[in-house]
Design a protein around this ligand. Structure first.
Ligand SMILES: NC(=O)c1ccc[n+]([C@@H]2O[C@H](COP(=O)([O-])OP(=O)(O)OC[C@H]3O[C@@H](n4cnc5c(N)ncnc54)[C@H](O)[C@@H]3O)[C@@H](O)[C@H]2O)c1
Length: 250
């Protein structure tokens, strides 16, 4: 119970990898706010946590929209009185079409940037004042190992995830005096409900070149989120940790 009495927000925490983070944080004793545009997924995961004896609420949130994010932060404080941990996980990813440069129009580019970069920025702006009150905070920004090699059919996505690294480093410098640690995680290709739906299970069956030769699953990422959410990581900030079975080094 490393996170007993802590309050954690997980954006996009209702389904897929975000759901695994929500369940993991609850298992460590945190009260979890599942902030997801998918209200049904968020409600289901909150119910799962409560059924297991934990505490959670679902708050329908569009991270790209300031009013929606501010309302989510307020709902968190109204319900639990504080905010300690923010996991910026929500993103446009698996549902994005695999578009070439020529097929990618400016509206699609702007939408990806709005959710994947403006979203984390708005969430940070909404929660940092609460963290400052107690001089304690943990912000975990989810990037991607795809930033290392790039992807010709996800130019906007990979650009946004590289932006997350710059955001993490700059923000760490900005809030260090408030004892708020800011780090990012770069997951490798992870088999979850969304990626199975988008690409099929075959996507993961190719040659596994990583040192740990098995398919990556959401649970592989949870331990790092819990570590970065806890006192165990109190002198680590501004870092990016690649969690991908050793495939890439960063
Ligand atoms: N699955 C992978 O292989 C992989 C690899 C590297 C990084 N990632 C990153 O991990 C995170 C989770 O990935 P995933 O595979 O679970 O993705 P996903 O598409 O299954 O889930 C994304 C979540 O974000 C939510 N969401 C989308 N737009 C939103 C918005 N505007 N406001 C609030 N919530 C919104 C969705 O409802 C969903 O719950 C993402 O940041 C993704 O970029 C995933």
């Amino acid at each position: 119970m490393r996170l007993k009495d802590r309050v954690a927000i997980v954006t996009g925490g209702g389904i897929s990898i975000g759901r695994a983070y929500s369940l993991g944080l609850a298992r460590e004793g945190a009260k979890v706010v599942i902030a997801d545009i998918d209200a049904e997924g968020a409600a289901k995961t909150a119910a799962e946590i409560k059924a297991a004896g934990g505490e959670a609420i679902a708050v329908k949130t569009d991270v790209a929209n300031k009013a929606s994010v501010d309302a989510m932060a307020k709902a968190t404080v109204d319900a639990y009185g504080r905010i300690d941990v923010l996991v910026n996980n929500a993103a446009l990813f698996a549902k994005l079409p695999l578009h070439t440069l020529d097929e990618t129009d400016v509206e699609e580019w702007d939408r990806v940037m709005a959710v994947n970069l403006r979203g984390p920025f708005l969430c940070v702006k909404a929660v940092v004042p609460e963290m400052r009150k107690r001089k304690w905070g943990r912000i975990i920004n989810i990037s991607s190992s795809s930033i290392i090699c790039g992807n010709a059919k996800r130019i906007h996505y990979v650009t946004s995830k590289m932006g997350i690294i710059g955001f993490t480093r700059s923000l760490a410098a900005a809030v260090g005096d408030d004892n708020i640690c800011v780090n990012s995680i770069m997951p490798g290709a992870t088999m979850d409900d969304s990626t199975i739906e988008a690409y099929g299970k075959e996507w993961y069956q190719g040659p596994l070149t990583r040192p740990i030769k098995r398919i990556q699953v959401p649970e592989d990422l949870v331990g790092t989120v819990l570590f970065l959410s806890s006192d165990d990581s109190s002198f680590i900030t501004g870092q990016a940790i690649c969690v991908d079975g050793g495939e890439f080094k960063y």
